[in-house]
Design a protein around this ligand. Structure first.
Ligand code: NAP
Ligand code: MG
Length: 398
């Protein structure tokens, strides 16, 4: 059988621990037998990031800007405990995802992978709901303090010209807390661009919600910017029968709960933080959740939403066969290959990715799955270790 050819290489970002083990297995069993794989390989494993003073992360992000599509393995973000575990670390390196997101100026879309035998906790959510969270500003970059003294709080801005704008916030009785936050037109605009682009890609409606009845200027500006960006997408949305729907956040929550799913829900930073955990819990498992970083100029990075599954890795190191779920990592690969196929006009490549996704889902729907899904699934269940599960998918592919 001849292998499927590629044109442009994928940016391949390898990672850490159990997901690094799965990464190699997925390539060996599910990708390399079928695809004449072209990648530019970057080792984002913690020790290699350390050796390169983290330059490798920035290089991988730059390659993504150049080539357009990346697939990333989960990586360790070092904390105090990791500094003890890896004494050779010269610095507590920053989160690679944070670095890449900043360089690409991207928005993260979290999308669940759904199978028939795992019923969402909200029974009417028959189709996936993708959450897009704005990742800049608001309370995450706020100044705040507490005061015991009574007084007057004001919000004050000094322009570069020296012009001062000042507004009274409140006259405070003793014992008060204060917070000042901001956002930027450019950041909101890029977020909106990424949301419309992603929804169009997925052929799904876009929902957006804020509280602009209360916050007329701040949240009102979010709404205005989304409305403006929509004008650039209106024709394309119409062409594919898609809609852009704005409603107040509380109304949106009520409508989302009653909906059948199948749309992209764009949210401000805090709302997205909260709602993405709610949505992923309803759909069952972090191991069945993908994460796609989309930049406003249309660069894509695909990965699993979960981490490096450390506890399983330590069992793996002891020689145990673990039942770690590789599905989200498989979908990171298929997402990237599909996008590459679309961009390079290679229908066979996109078609292969679809088939691999179908084979993974069919395997689970036939009752063969990893341990994390066994408690969630209805009907017949056989628990397999990761390797046997991947082999079961490979048999379906053949
Ligand atoms: P985690 O790796 O997502 O794992 C937390 C727990 O969730 C696991 O112990 C496991 O539960 C379950 N789990 C997650 N993914 C699974 C899978 N594919 N199959 C089966 N079970 C799965 O989160 P963490 O332990 O908090 O973080 C570990 C490391 O990952 C940290 O160093 C963190 O910095 C990094 N991290 C990276 C990313 C990223 O690169 N995108 C994201 C998050 C975290 P049981 O042990 O109960 O089976
Ligand atoms: Mg959170």
């Amino acid at each position: 059988m001849s292998k499927i050819a590629m044109k442009t290489p994928l940016v391949e970002m390898d990672g850490d621990e159990m997901t690094r083990v799965l990464w190699a297995m997925i390539k060996d069993k599910l990708i390399l037998p079928y695809i004449d794989l072209k990648t530019q390989y970057y080792d984002l494993g913690l020790l290699h990031r350390n050796e390169t003073q983290d330059a490798v992360t920035a290089e991988a992000a730059a390659a993504t800007k150049r080539l357009g599509v990346a697939v990333k393995c989960a990586t360790i973000t070092p904390n105090a405990q990791r500094m003890e575990e890896y004494p050779q670390l010269t610095e507590m390196w920053r989160s690679p995802n944070g670095t890449i997101r900043a360089i690409l100026d991207g928005t993260v879309f979290r999308a669940p992978i759904t199978v028939k035998n795992i019923r969402p906790l909200v029974p009417n959510w028959q189709r996936p709901i993708t959450v897009a969270r704005h990742a800049y500003g608001d309370m995450y970059r706020a100044a705040e303090f507490r005061t015991e003294e009574p007084g007057t709080a004001t919000l004050r801005f000094v322009g570069e010209s020296g012009a001062v704008t000042e507004k009274e916030v409140a006259k405070l009785s003793p014992g008060a807390i204060l917070q000042g936050m901001h956002n930027l037109d450019a950041s909101i605009g890029h977020f909106a661009e990424a949301c419309f682009r992603y929804a169009l890609d997925q052929r799904q409606d876009l929902w957006f919600s804020t509280k602009d009845t209360i916050s007329k200027i701040y949240d009102g500006r979010f709404k205005e910017i989304f409305d403006g960006v929509f004008e650039q997408y209106r024709t394309d949305f119409k062409k594919y029968g898609l809609s852009y729907f704005y409603t107040l956040i509380d109304d949106a929550v009520a409508r989302v709960m009653r909906s059948g799913g199948g749309f992209v829900w764009a949210l401000k930073n805090y709302d997205g933080d909260v709602m993405s955990d709610m949505v992923s819990t309803v759909f069952g498992s972090l191991a069945m959740m993908t994460s796609i970083l989309v930049s406003p100029d249309g660069k894509y990075e695909y990965e699993a939403a979960h981490g490096t599954v450390t506890r399983h890795y330590y069992r793996h190191l002891k020689g145990e066969k673990t039942s770690t779920n590789p599905v989200a990592t498989i979908f990171a690969w298929t997402g990237a290959l599909k996008k590459r196929g679309e961009l390079d006009g290679l229908p066979d490549l996109a078609d292969f990715a679809e088939k691999l996704e179908r084979a993974a889902l069919d395997t689970i729907e036939a009752g063969d799955m990893t341990a994390d899904l066994a408690t969630l699934a209805v009907g017949q269940v056989r628990i397999l270790n990761s390797e046997d599960f991947l082999d079961a998918i490979a048999r379906r592919m053949n």
